[in-house]
Every structure is written in C-alpha cells, then in structure tokens.
Design a protein around this ligand. Sequence first.
Ligand code: G6P
Length: 438
Amino acid sequence: MDTKGIKLVTIGGGSSYTPEFVEGIIKRYNELPVKELWLVDIEDGKEKLDIVGNLARRMVKKANIPMEVHLTLDRETALQNADFVTTQIRVGLLDSRIKDERIPIKHGMIGQETNGAGGLFKALRTIPVLMEIAEDMQKLCPNAWLINFTNPAGIVTEALVKYSKHKKVVGVCNVPINMKITIADLLGVPEEKVQIEFAGLNHMSYGTDVFVDGGSKLAEVIELLAKPENQLSMNNIAPLPWEEEFIKALHMIPSPYHRYYYKTKEILANEQNEYQEGKTRAETVKELESKLFELYKDPDLNIKPPQLAERGGAYYSNVACNLISSIYNNTGDIQTLNVVNNGAISSLPDNTVVEVNCTVTNKGPIPLAVGALPSPINGLIQQIKSFELAAIEAAVTGSYEKALLALCINPLITDDGKAKVILDELLEAHKEYLPQFQ
Ligand code: G6P
C-alpha cells in the first residue's frame, strides 16, 4: 500500500454527496496520498457518474495533486487490488425511498429512511447487494477495508460481518460528528478538545458523557442542551424542541433521530402534512438533487458547491476520510464507529454491531469499553437491537415471517394488523429489488 500509493474505490460514486468526499481526500492529500480514486456506479447511474466524475476531475486539477480519477460501471475492474472501498449506494434510487416514506405514513405510521418500516425495507433491498460487493472484495481485494455508509448503516454492517466472508468492515455515520461539533460550539471550545462517550446503535446512540481536557462537562452540556435554541437537529429531521425537563431527567445527550421515538405523534403529524403536500423528505431530496446536478454540470465549477450542505449527510466526508487516514497512518485516535461489539457494551451480545468510540489502528478500529447500558436507555436500545436482528434474518433468508416479526418488534409500528398491511404493500412496491422474497 505504501509504495504503490493508495487505491480507493467508491461504490455509488455517482451520488450527489461525492464532491464532499473528494474535497475531504484533497484536503488530506499530504497524510493520505490517494493515487487512484475509482468512482463506480450502475448503468442507471451512468449520467450522474459522468457529471460528478467530471466535477471531481476539475476539483483535483484545481488542487494540483497527482490523483487519478477513474469512472467505471465495471465494479470488478475497480475492486482489483483496492486498499479501501467505500459504499454509498441506494438500491432502487430515491423513488424507492419515496415509497418507504409514503406507504407507512398512509397507514398512520412513521415513514422514514432508516427507522420503522422504511428502515426495514431499505435494509431488505440493500443487504443482498452489499453481500455481493463483499464477495467480490474477498476475491479481488481481500485485504481492503470496506467502509460502509449505506443506510441503515448499523444493520447493513452487522449483516456483512455475520454473513459475508469479508470481515474487514466498518460502518460509519455522520450523526456522532454532528453532535460533537454542536457541543463544541455550545461550550465554545475547539472540536478536537471535545470527547463524547457514545453508547448504542446507529441512529440510536446516546452521548453518555462529555469530556474536555479529561474533565466531564456533562452537567454543563445538559443545562445548555435543555434550552430549545441550543438543540441539535439535522436537515432531514424536523427540529422539534425537546422538553427541558426531559433532557434534564435523561441526563444524557439524545441523537436527533431519537425524536422519532420520544416525539412520535408530533413527528407523524409533521410527516402527514408533508405527505399531503407531496414534500416528504425523499421528495424534497429528489428536487434538491436535480438542482445539485445542474450545478455540477457547470464546466467552470471546480469546488464543492455550498448548496450540498442542504443534505442531511453533512460532514460524512470527514468521518470517512478520518477513518481511512487513521487506519493508513496507524494513529490510534478515537472515532465513533459501527463495529462488532466484542464486549464493549456488556448488556448487548458480543457478536452484534454497536456504535461506540473506538481506537483506530492499522489493524482497524478497537471498540472502547462502555460497560452496561444505563437503565433509562437500555430498554429502547434492546428493542431496536431485537428489531435489527429480525430484519437481518429477513434480509438474508427472504422470510416473510421474520420481516413481519421485525415490524411488530419495532416501536414505531404500533399494531400487528397494520404491520401486515404495510409489509404486504411494501413487498409489492419493491418486488423488483427483493429477489430473496420471490
Ligand atoms: C443524516 C443521516 C444519514 C442520512 C442523511 C439523510 O445525515 O445520518 O444516515 O443518510 O441524514 O439526508 P438526506 O439529505 O438524504 O435526507
């Protein structure tokens, strides 16, 4: 890896997020000399791949670094001897996300990309494709790290580490870094000084403590976060304020995604309005994407346009690039990642994937011990983990019963009869992407 320069492959390279990733690689070129960046996509994504790829080439030219940008639809050629592979795919494209969001809302349940029924179906469509990618990697680049961004990131990562031969897999998400940036800002200290202890699962992890220069600042942070104007949200989640008393009683930092669980009715009411107006998040993103691609086409554009910040995935590039750089440079720094538990959270099985702080070395991330989950959050996390386990089994076996069970376990699906109706409708709507259920 050192002598030939790094070969980095991004599957789903035609994504509108790619310019942010390319910017991150360029910024770190001195510590992370990527010689070849391969952007890979499928036939349906060819047009986008060309547009994004040409922008990436202009960005690299402006930066004046010797990095080759390859664009291809041939995944096998791209994966040959890769060092790192990132995955950011959306099976069924945004039209499938629209169905994941609209169908549950129609039946009075939350419709969301990674939570509830939408999250289950994204997992069912995605896991078989990611399994194929991991299989290819095992043949073509067995030593490469697979860094998975594809949602639902925790579930997909767990399916891979359990069922694929390729075990060098890490799941990443931008929520922890967004929480860290907000809290650093509230405390008025640089981000690098803040360390949040995370415990839980992807889109279901809590900040259980906050350290600045080794001392806990949790009490101060809770006082600050209790005020509605200080609360963290993300572009893709309605910024409904938490009750001050709830934050103080919890005495931990919830993630923006916890609104789906503690504010279910309000969020649903919001979603029902968006549904009526044809403006679910997926529909809004579809509109935003076409504007972004129009901008990307401009032959004079050679930077990431600021409009990209309207997507929910802000800072995702920092997460991916920091991880790759720390593995490559064996830095031993601490990052929040989705990895095999291996005892870090004593109240969850060892072989399950959790979102916790890890020390990152050239052997990969090593999770730091958290201990048992505090009782106020243990119940919900355990319930979501049970949902995830059923979802993974459904995805790999194509079992209708497991899929139904997953929905009925999920706290956002509050009725077994409705669960069946939603399941049947989503199975039908997505059937071309669910071969395992045929
Ligand atoms: C957040 C989540 C990501 C998710 C994104 C959606 O950043 O952490 O997992 O992909 O939001 O953003 P979008 O702009 O697609 O709604």
